[in-house]
Design a protein around this ligand. Structure first.
Ligand SMILES: NC(=O)c1ccc[n+]([C@@H]2O[C@H](COP(=O)([O-])OP(=O)(O)OC[C@H]3O[C@@H](n4cnc5c(N)ncnc54)[C@H](O)[C@@H]3O)[C@@H](O)[C@H]2O)c1
Length: 329
């Protein structure tokens, strides 16, 4: 039985806590929230002891897995505290964003860098909730890429509403790895979620684009990721679930596979308990979490490079240069 402690009595925290607590091999044994009302909510929900600070939680509870479900504006200090106390941590995305998830900057990667170094040196497990990896349609796209069904990959084209922003980046990096460079149009000084059009290129010659905005609203699907190979092209859309793989360069399309979620069901809601299951299995099998600290780091590093390019009016930015600067190496 994996003993878990939940930090947060708010909506997202309670949702994750329930998913772990309902898992047959896990149990929430303690809760923590600095807000007394939300601490009461969490204590009642799980019927366990509650603490108003992380210090008290650590002193009184031996849970081996901490569910740190706090906001990106205040994730790094408690993460570092938990790692230095020798606890495994599961947290939300993105890793750090002091101006919020729509406005991740190079400074945020700098703030997160010590946490990543400390985690790498710790031997602990640390993971982030890139739950879209557990949606059937995105999993299909990933598997078609890595198992070679699309052939040699030539191009990636994606776009997202900013509510899905960290996830769309994770989706691209999960299947394709980090690009070598990005160049970006957009003005990071624009208030709110600044519009951005990103071009990128991988070391193996694959080219890609990713556009982000909130202003286009839902626009049929809040995100789409299309990956084009020399044998097939495939696209995953939305949060409910839609996937299609077609033979390349056929007109009309020769569909090899089409998958749509059953009516009334949503892959989004299913993906959270599937992630909890993946995390618990990783604890039991002593394996990295389904999306570990490296995935968290790659996503924020990509965002840092995007931010640097945009403030330099579309300059080509090598991701390795940004990593060197923010890691201070
Ligand atoms: N994966 C997804 O699809 C998805 C969907 C929605 C939201 N999210 C993410 O979930 C996160 C939700 O965070 P939130 O806004 O609920 O967090 P928050 O910072 O408001 O914190 C949640 C609770 O934790 C408590 N808390 C925060 N820091 C604490 C500390 N150091 N010690 C004790 N208590 C502390 C707060 O009092 C609060 O009640 C965001 O990062 C968001 O991006 C992810």
């Amino acid at each position: 039985m994996v003993k878990c402690a939940l930090i947060s009595g708010k909506g997202m925290g309670i949702m994750h806590g329930r998913n772990f607590n309902n898992h047959p091999d896990a149990k929430v044994v303690a809760v923590c929230d600095m807000d007394p009302n939300l601490l009461e909510t969490a204590k009642k929900e799980f019927n366990v002891p509650g603490y108003s600070s992380i210090e008290e939680l650590l002193a009184n509870c031996d849970a081996e897995l901490i569910l740190l479900i706090v906001n990106e504006t205040r994730r790094i200090p408690p993460l570092r505290q938990l790692i230095s106390a020798g606890r495994n941590v599961f947290t939300e995305k993105p890793l750090c964003g002091l101006e919020g998830q729509y406005r991740v900057r190079e400074e945020d990667a700098k703030i997160a860098a010590p946490a990543i170094k400390e985690w790498r040196a710790s031997g602990l497990k640390f993971g982030i909730d890139y739950n879209y990896r557990f949606m059937t349609h995105f999993k299909k796209l990933h598997e078609d890429v890595v198992e070679g069904r699309l052939g040699k990959i030539c191009m990636v084209r994606a776009r997202a509403h900013f509510n899905c922003w960290s996830h769309v980046i994770d989706q691209i990096l999960w299947s394709m790895g980090l690009p070598e460079w990005v160049r970006v149009l957009g003005n990071p000084n624009e208030p709110g979620g600044w519009q951005r059009m990103i071009q990128m290129k991988w070391a193996n010659g694959v080219i890609g684009s990713l556009d982000g905005s909130n202003t286009w609203g839902f626009d049929e699907h809040p995100l789409r990721v299309k990956i084009v190979g020399d044998k097939c092209h495939a696209e995953a859309r939305g949060l409910d679930g839609w996937y299609r793989r077609c033979k390349s360069n056929t007109w009309p399309d020769t569909v090899e596979e089409i998958w749509t979620v059953e009516q009334g069901k949503s892959e989004m809601s299913e993906s959270f308990p599937r992630m909890a299951d993946g995390v618990i299995k990783a604890m039991q099998e002593n394996k990295p979490f389904p999306a570990d600290g490296e995935a968290a780091w790659n996503e924020i590093l990509f965002e840092a490079a995007v931010h640097r390019s945009a403030i330099r009016d579309g300059e080509k930015v090598m991701i390795a240069d940004v990593e060197k600067d923010v890691m201070g190496e």
